[in-house]
Design a protein around this ligand. Structure first.
Ligand code: BGC
Length: 799
């Protein structure tokens, strides 16, 4: 892929709160007000002043927005129209190179520019100096935090708590919008069953039902009920579609799948997010069944617009329109522009406009669009439709009425506010998954005298944020703990047990993607610390750069010599527990068989160390459940609980069935699995024996805390239908609830099910509800209860 020309600002120093720029922004706001009130330029401006009088754009009805957009379209030149479809990133740290483009109306939106002063200066150029005074909208990957960093999305998904996830996104929206960002390229709602693919860290795992609940919650969290509110963002669902199933788990690779698999497994979170009102949709880099998604009319028009009624804007992925040539799908840049635009791609992302000779040209719409129009290869209606979506987005985002939504004052009051930091801790607490705990290894006594905290991630503030730290985040080593307030595991343990002697030893000389603890020279100090301690907390995992975009792996083992480090600590015979930080399910059979306790912390964010300590010392009883299966070995991949049945179901005692010779079929740890410091029992499952294809019905079950400490369980309901025209998964999640229980307490959990839970998409992509016999299970993992018990089971018939 081409160089990311816009990414040079990653090391940008943090914003300055300069008086002069603040005054400039104020003046700019005044100027736009005057322009609006003076009636220039025409009805669009009158619309703007009307909005101002009525506070926010939302005061405008759909038809008023439509009328304003139509009027603007009537005034725009062809070049200005194509300009609105281009999205550029800054080539200089302040974005000064964007100013002439904004003034000339050559861009409609900006990505990757941060800092409210920078943003307001570029906005001012568009609003004051462009011919039609159309504001820009500023977008960024705000994935799991802006300044207050939450656990990575796969970690958030482990909470199975959509309401809390929604809160996280509203915190991110508040912080990012304070800084002038108005549009996030998130949530990533791609389902994946292949942990080789590095981007599983950005999503909600392998299941469409859980993924849909989380997708909708994220959209609502970012947007609220009206994303013109200054503290909200427009959301983007990405990457449409099937992006999570690249062949061999290799990033950007081909996706080839049946219609029914696409509709049943990969599209539901998109549909849920569209129904929740997502403002924009980003197409994916991959091809789907032979057609690159950047120019895929079946996805971008037939499914998205015609079937789902999506009314927002679509956007390509980074320079992906140009890449249609590299696919060999478009013959040249002009053809790429034609194919993308006519397929339904509204905005071209990450363009380079006015490139000097010899540099690649990514702005295919702006470069070739006018000629394509002249030649009749695209129509004015197609162009106007695309521009209409962009202008409407800006109206809905309140950009016309309030183009300067960020401010230094908002930045100062929102970033890392106590409420935001406490939300990050709560989510980190809920995202921890206790994978193993033998012999009461955990929780640790809060009065343990000597604790060794060992391993490359024991005290690594930056890595614990994961791979998606937003552009503009202060990554200076000296600022991570002070300015960014990141709490590492070592810090968290010290704070939780202040009277303990805590010895922190990294053990690994380096911990990078290229050298992820390959040297064992530092192990001696780590082992000595373990020898001297009452207990050792070993914190291992992946350097954060090993997951995320362009980070596929063929091995899912702990990288480098980290397992050897743990084995040396184990050989001391002293107590130890293992904390994992990683962005994907790993293959950890030795740990599963030998470690006394295993806590999956993912990359837990700003408050990660406090949250790990909360769980280690039992202040918080872990309640996270895996959103994605942990395979035994990489040969099992892709692996998920919701596979289709075979004619020769798994039987490890005989040969001629669907199995491996050298490994079991079940994963090490299945979807939905996670332990607690207490135990839960299930009883009294009740469901009707026969249900109809219309209307709803209830399933109830009792869950009891059978242990001696309070805890929260995630009660899960699974279904399977037999005798269908197209095979249905052996199990599929159709309900879940978090239930908090005091010791000995029971609660009755009620699930309400209806046709949407019973039906499936057929090979034409049509949703059908087909009569037949159903199995129903209730438990707290896809394996029933825990790892092996079947859970409660009943059957019913759909007639
Ligand atoms: C990623 C997108 C992201 C975009 C802008 C692309 O490379 O695939 O997920 O939103 O860059 O940063």
């Amino acid at each position: 892929m081409a160089e990311r020309i816009a990414r040079v600002v990653r090391e940008e120093p943090r914003r300055s709160f300069g008086f002069l720029i603040g005054v400039a922004a104020l003046l700019a706001a005044t100027v736009v007000l005057v322009i609006g009130l003076s009636g220039t330029p025409g009805a669009a401006a009158r619309g703007r002043s009307a909005q101002r009088a009525g506070a926010r754009t939302a005061a405008l009805s759909q038809s008023q927005i439509s009328a304003n957009v139509d009027h603007l379209l009537g005034e725009m030149t062809v070049a200005e129209k194509f300009g609105q479809l281009e999205q550029a990133g800054p080539g200089t740290p302040t974005g000064s190179d964007l100013i002439p483009l904004a003034e000339q109306g050559k861009i409609g939106s900006v990505l990757d520019l941060t800092g409210v002063d920078n943003i307001n200066a570029v906005q001012q150029a568009a609003v004051n100096n462009s011919r039609l005074h159309i504001p820009l909208i500023f977008g960024l990957d705000v994935i799991h935090g802006y300044r207050t960093m939450f656990p990575v999305p796969l970690g958030e998904a482990s909470s199975w708590d959509p309401a809390l996830i929604s809160t996280d996104e509203s915190v991110s929206a508040d912080e990012a919008s304070a800084d002038g960002i108005k549009w996030t390229f998130n949530p990533m709602v791609d389902i994946s069953r292949d942990p080789r693919w590095g981007r599983v860290v950005e999503g909600a795992g392998e299941d469409p039902f859980l993924g849909s609940a989380i997708a909708a919650a994220k959209v609502t969290g970012y947007q609220g009920s009206d994303f013109s509110a200054p503290d909200r963002l427009a959301a983007t669902i990405k990457h449409f579609g099937g992006y999570g199933a690249p062949v061999a788990g290799r990033e950007y690779n081909t996706v080839d799948m049946s219609t029914q698999q696409l509709f049943n497994d990969y599209l539901p979170p998109y549909k849920a997010a569209v129904d929740a009102g997502a403002a924009t949709v980003m197409s994916s880099f991959n091809s789907l069944n032979g057609v690159p998604n950047t120019a895929n009319p079946y996805l971008l028009t037939t499914i998205l617009r015609d079937e789902w009624g999506f009314g927002g804007a679509t956007i390509s992925d980074y320079q992906a329109v140009q890449e249609l040539e590299a696919f060999g799908y478009a013959s040249d840049g002009a053809d790429a522009a034609r194919l993308a635009l006519t397929a339904g791609e509204n905005i071209e992302m990450a363009v380079q406009i006015g490139a000097t000779a010899g540099q690649p040209v990514y702005s295919t719409y702006e470069q070739y669009g006018p000629q394509l129009l002249k030649e009749g290869k695209i129509t004015m209606t197609q162009l106007n439709d695309a521009v209409r979506h962009v202008l409407t987005l800006k109206y809905l985002a309140g950009m016309f009425s309030n183009p300067y939504q960020g401010s230094d004052a908002r930045v100062a009051s929102s970033e890392l506010s106590p409420a935001h930091v406490s939300a990050a801790r709560q989510m980190a607490d809920e995202s921890m998954v206790l994978l193993k705990n033998s012999g009461g290894a955990l929780p640790l006594s809060p009065s343990t005298a000597n604790i060794a905290v060992v391993g490359p991630l024991a005290d690594d503030a930056l890595n614990q944020l994961g791979p998606d730290v937003p552009i503009g985040y202060d990554t200076n080593a000296a600022d991570l703990k002070s300015t960014d307030k990141i709490v590492t595991v070592a810090d968290g343990i010290k704070a939780a047990d202040p009277s303990a002697t805590v010895t922190t030893v990294n053990g690994c000389t380096t911990f990078t993607v290229d050298d992820p603890c390959n040297e064992t020279g530092g192990f001696g100090a780590a082992v000595a610390a373990a020898q001297a301690a009452d207990v050792t907390v070993v914190v291992v995992g992946e350097p954060s750069g090993m997951s995320g975009e362009a980070s596929s792996r063929t091995s899912l083992d702990l990288p480098g010599q980290q397992l050897a480090l743990i084995q040396q600590i184990a050989a001391t015979g002293k107590p130890y527990v293992v904390v994992l930080m990683n962005g994907r399910p790993l293959t950890i059979p030795w740990l599963a068989n030998n470690a006394p306790a295993l806590l999956e912390a993912w990359y837990p964010g700003t408050e990660g160390g406090d949250a790990v300590a909360d769980v280690l010392f039992g202040k918080v009883n872990p309640s996270g459940k895996l959103p994605m299966s942990f395979p035994v070995n990489v040969g099992q991949v892709p692996v998920s609980y919701n596979e289709l049945p075979t004619g020769r179901p798994y039987d490890p005692t005989s040969k001629w069935n669907s199995r491996y010779l050298d490994a079991p079929n079940p994963p090490q740890y299945p979807f939905g699995y996670g332990l607690s410091y207490t135990t839960f029992g299930f009883s009294n499952l009740s469901a009707p024996t026969s249900v109809s294809s219309t209307g709803t019905f209830h399933v109830t079950a009792d869950v009891t805390n059978t242990g001696s400490v309070a805890g929260t369980d995630v009660v899960q309901l699974y279904l399977h239908e037999s005798d269908t025209s197209i095979l249905q998964p052996v199990k599929k999640l159709e309900g879940f609830q978090r239930v908090a229980l005091a010791p000995g307490q029971s609660k009755t959990v009620t699930f309400t099910l209806g046709p949407q839970n019973l039906g499936y998409y057929n090979d034409q992509g049509q949703f059908v509800v087909q009569p037949g016999p159903f199995d129903l299970w209730v438990g707290d993992s896809s394996a029933g209860v825990g790892l092996n018990s079947p859970g409660l089971h009943t059957t019913f018939t759909l007639s």
